[in-house]
Design a protein around this ligand. Structure first.
Ligand code: SDX
Length: 431
């Protein structure tokens, strides 16, 4: 028996197989089960991929027990304190922190890809004014695949890099245009003198009739929140992008599939759902009733912004956002926003409740982010769009990593078939 192997015995037949163990640099090693179906005749069954690794990755590592999150090995707390979104985007795409010259060049590239094709502007008018901005994002981002034929040979690393730059650069412009459409205001072009976050605020909130000044507190808060949302291992939307990309699909269409997956309230849609939930709870006195509902298996209600597939300790991003909430509300919102008060009480009471303690349900990244967006004047239906802007860096970095991984092939999971065994067609006369 090899040292770095796991031996599995089939107790039905006594047959054994030795499976190699792949070593990780951090976190659990992985048993390679690629031969298991061929050698043992069984599939592995793991709905939701609770304990299945879909790929090798060197981008992001999180430890759910320790509440740890690293981007390319750097702790999220240090990046939040010392870095900025564009620098972290460079780190995720290229693997190391940039030199001053590399950062300046990368920032310039992203800035000069931020305009969208002029004919795209009319796409937004095809939507009703009350279309959810995430629905618009899925449609418009997917349509980018009809524009860039000069960078879609995905076998060409340079094409992949240009597509990644375009995607990162254009998301804020498309997001802002989605917002402008929903409020019936004219779209605003990017301003190359502004930062990534500042540009988004300007494209969302400036109007032709008066000068708009980007608030530095809002700009810093948005830049930080974007850093915290950049990537998160193989979450649902990232796995969707990888699976779409594994078929060789157009990169912009792959990102559109990630946006669609992120929209779900169990995933990135939770930040918008948290605000609706806090609104529904309304008063601190109603918290016990809603906690009871969250624990009632017959009630579909869940405490939005609580729980996580991996974090069984406090989500480090939630802690950073919670602290920033105080600062932003003091500067921009009403210092004691009743929603923030309610959120603090809900968190305090839930974390003392056995049901949440036993299931290690802590606030996640979505619990507080909506409160900050609200203080920045961003409407609730744009919260997940904010998440999508930041996560686009993670999606494109994961997509690039997958395409260049020689182990990767088209994703094609198996199944545990529990349907009817073979049977013959029954004519209508005999039914
Ligand atoms: C994000 O994967 C990522 O990394 C995602 C993300 C990222 O950056 O990409 O971190 C972003 O999506 C954060 C999660 C945002 N979603 C929400 O806040 C929605 C509310 N949370 C739940 O839907 C849930 O916690 C999930 C979806 C986040 C995790 O679900 P799991 O891992 O499948 O856990 P589970 O549903 O099996 O729950 C385990 C138990 C169950 O109870 P029992 O059957 O054991 O009795 O905990 C309960 C659940 O009923 N539970 C909750 C709960 N979350 C889990 N009960 C009440 N309220 C909740 N929020």
């Amino acid at each position: 028996m090899g040292k770095d192997t796991v031996t599995v015995t089939d107790n039905r037949t006594g047959r054994q197989v030795e499976l190699p163990i792949n070593s990780a640099t951090m976190g659990p090693d992985a048993v390679d089960i690629g031969r298991f179906l061929r050698d043992m005749g069984y599939c592995m069954y793991d709905p939701g991929f609770l304990s299945t690794a879909s790929c090798r990755s060197s981008l992001t590592y999180l430890d759910g027990e320790k509440g740890m999150l690293l981007y390319r090995g750097y702790p999220i707390e240090q990046l939040a304190e010392h870095s900025n979104f564009i620098e972290v985007a460079y780190l995720m795409l290229y693997g190391d922190l940039p030199s001053p010259e590399q950062l300046a060049e990368f920032s310039n590239i992203i800035t000069h890809h931020s305009m969208i094709n002029e004919s795209l502007k009319s796409f937004f008018h095809g939507f009703y004014h009350d279309a959810h901005p995430m629905a618009i994002m899925v449609g418009v981002v997917g349509s980018l695949s009809a524009f860039y034929h000069d960078s879609t040979d995905i076998a060409n690393p340079r094409h992949r890099e240009i597509a990644a730059h375009r995607m990162i650069a254009k998301m804020p412009s498309i997001a802002a245009a989605s917002y402008k459409h929903s409020v019936g205001e004219p779209q605003v072009y990017p301003d190359n003198s502004l930062s990534y976050a500042g540009n988004l605020l300007n494209m969302m909130f400036s109007v032709p009739c008066e000068k708009y000044k980007v608030d530095p507190v809002a700009e810093k808060a948005l830049d930080l929140i974007f850093i915290l949302h950049i990537d998160h291992e193989q979450n649902a939307s990232t796995s969707t992008v990888r699976l779409a990309g594994s078929s060789g699909a157009n990169p912009f269409a792959c990102i559109a599939s990630g946006i669609a997956a992120l929209w779900g309230p169990a995933h990135g849609g939770a930040n918008e759902a948290v605000l609706s939930m806090l609104d529904e709870i309304g008063d601190i006195r109603n918290i016990p009733l809603y906690l009871a509902r969250a624990k009632d298996k017959k009630d579909a209600f869940r405490l939005m912004g609580f729980g996580h597939r991996v974090y069984k300790n406090y989500d480090p991003r939630a802690r950073l956002i919670r602290n920033m909430c105080h600062e932003v509300l003091a500067e921009l919102g009403d210092a004691r926003d009743p929603m923030f008060e309610l959120a603090l009480h809900l968190e305090e009471i839930a974390l003392q409740d056995d049901y949440f303690i036993e299931r290690k349900l802590y606030p996640n990244v979505d619990f507080y982010s909506g409160l900050i967006y609200r203080a920045l004047g961003i409407p609730a239906n744009m919260f997940t769009v904010m998440f999508a802007i930041a996560r686009t860096v993670g999606w494109v970095a994961q997509w690039m990593e997958m395409i260049s991984d020689e182990e990767q092939r088209i994703g094609r999971p198996r199944q545990l078939y529990v349907g009817p065994t073979q049977r013959d067609y029954v004519s209508m006369a005999q039914r």
